[in-house]
Design a protein around this ligand. Structure first.
Ligand SMILES: [Fe+2]
Ligand SMILES: [Fe+2]
Length: 316
């Protein structure tokens, strides 16, 4: 089980205190965070109560009404910010015909390209640590969406997730492949081990995914996010595998990325053509949110890339 992260301000401090002593320590009534990072970490902690929980924290915390209320307020704030940044559904674009070109046109700074040819071993270790926040629960946020779908998108999404979950073999589960890669690279493989190092942008990436997954209303955004995520994975995975090879990383870590070169070339087709398009055809009112989720995926990744490249002193 995950250990609790260190607080990053007043709000996360109060929530951690409340979690340790439910229900006697009051939960703050207003999300008056000290900083965006304080708010993002608090929301990350609250979301984790619905995933694997924390060692020493009562499982009933997940449905504490005051903690849930706080989660809703923080999610509303995150959603508002994402929607404010979103330029809106691309005019005249058709989901099935134009999505991949649209993704290609919105290519942000590429960490994978940098890793392939230029990154140092220390920089790659930085990257693996912050990526571990997601990869150790890879595919889980999207699984929340499954029971909310009709037959056609549901069957395709389950086929995709079945791959992510190792086609029935626990040793092939993508988050297990990742954990083995971390361990072989001399890094900690436990879930959430490096949350304390995650910058705001990485926390927000994870929070957006959880929020899209956990709210039925946002199911189309969750699936749009999935399609954009898969569509921007195959080529970067090849570049990352090449970079890791260049630096002499262990075969387990290279293997994780190598696995994604072919898998995600298939997943992007499934996610768009058999999940998002049928969903949008069945419920046209949801179509803009497919684009919104996809755009959020690309925007949050671009922010993370800029943050890391900045920290390494590399021009994006
Ligand atoms: Fe995967
Ligand atoms: Fe995938």
């Amino acid at each position: 089980m995950t250990s609790l992260p260190k607080p990053r301000g007043r709000l996360s401090e109060q929530v951690l205190a409340a979690l340790a002593d439910l229900p006697s320590t009051p939960v703050p009534a207003q999300p008056s965070a000290e900083s965006e990072e304080d708010a993002a970490l608090t929301l990350w902690i609250l979301h984790e109560l619905s995933y694997r929980g924390f060692a020493d924290i009562d499982d009933r915390a997940e449905r504490d009404p005051e903690l849930f209320r706080l989660r809703c307020l923080l999610e509303d704030d995150l959603e508002r910010r994402l929607r404010d940044r979103w330029p809106g559904r691309p005019e005249g674009a058709e989901l099935g015909a134009d999505f991949f070109d649209w993704v290609a046109d919105h290519d942000g700074p590429s960490l994978a390209r940098y890793v392939r040819a230029d990154a140092t071993e220390t920089q790659v270790m930085d990257l693996l640590r912050v990526r571990s926040i997601y990869h150790l629960k890879e595919a889980d946020p999207t699984s929340w969406v499954i029971p909310r779908l009709e037959a056609v998108p549901k069957a395709a999404l389950v086929a995709l997730q079945y791959d992510e979950y190792g086609v029935g073999d626990p040793a092939r589960l993508h988050h297990e492949l990742w954990a083995r890669g971390m361990e072989a690279s001399g890094l900690r493989p436990e879930y959430g081990a490096y949350v304390d190092e995650a910058p705001l942008e990485v926390l927000e990436q994870n929070n957006a995914l959880s929020m899209f997954g956990l709210q039925r209303r946002l199911r189309a955004a969750a699936l749009g996010h999935l399609a954009a995520f898969e569509a921007t994975s195959s080529l970067p995975s090849r570049q990352l595998a090449q970079g890791l090879e260049r630096l002499g990383f262990p075969a387990e870590m290279i293997g994780y990325y190598a696995e994604h070169v072919e898998a995600d070339a298939v997943h992007e087709q499934l996610a768009l053509r058999e999940v998002c398009v049928p969903l949008a055809e069945a419920e046209p009112v949801l179509e803009p949110d497919v684009w919104f989720g996809a755009w959020s995926c690309l925007d949050l990744e671009a922010r993370t890339a800029r943050r890391l490249l900045d920290a390494w002193g590399v021009a994006a």
